[in-house]
Write a protein that binds this ligand. Sequence first.
Ligand code: AMP
Length: 273
Amino acid sequence: MKIIRTADALREARAAMEGRVGFVPTMGALHEGHLSLIRRAREENDHLVVSIFVNPTQFLPGEDLESYPRKEEADRKICEVAGVDTLFMPEISEIYGDDEVSIKAPRYLGYILEGHRRPGHFDGVVRVVAKLFGLVRPDRTYFGKKDAQQLRILQKMVESLFMPVTIVPMETVREPDGLAMSSRNVYLSPEERQRALSISRSLKRATRMVMAGTLESAKIEAAMREVMKEIEVEYIAIVDRDFRPLEEVKLKETIILVAARVGSTRLIDNIWI
Ligand code: AMP
């Protein structure tokens, strides 16, 4: 596995890559969720590039940029074992310069739900992913449905800018007890982790209600709130695949999303119905 830290070196390495190039962008502190993307990308491509970059532009002032878990040594080993060919770990100065051309998240998709709670977050996401796509020029790239709104926005970006890359959406990987895997789960105390389980339970409850024929969003939301009464729910949203609110769940067209705080940790999860 080649470790690359500069944009120039990556550009040079890319020019020498043959066949299909798969790309998995991450912020590191790798877990089984990341690994599912890496494994799938390994199977489907001749050359596999993974990036680890804690992107400062997608963090808001006061968020966890400084404390975000960094595990370079462990991540390197994980990538090596998983058969990654090229691991890109740049410094911030390799990615960002002064007075840049700007790219912004779409007005609607970028500023509802997560974008409303974290204004500017998705501008930072599209900015960094566009840059990484420019450097890696992947044929296929892999993103988790865990970050559903991010995934939809990046699909839009690729569409709007006619970027020649295929985005492969990947299922959310969970702990055996249902908690969606996240690098931020390490912030949870044992007691908080227990309470955090109500997020995935509320989504299971919603799924059971739909399966039993209850489709009204208001009823589903109320039931979910009841399951999550021990934690601080930021939002529950029942939307279509373009994130337009739905009064009733439509099978195969609905995403139910939750954002909640457990102690000082903010967690998101969702289910696609
Ligand atoms: P991050 O390092 O959090 O920026 O995540 C990098 C990629 O891994 C993104 O495409 C995420 O959606 C994806 N990802 C994070 N957690 C999970 C999970 N539990 N299951 C599947 N994919 C995930």
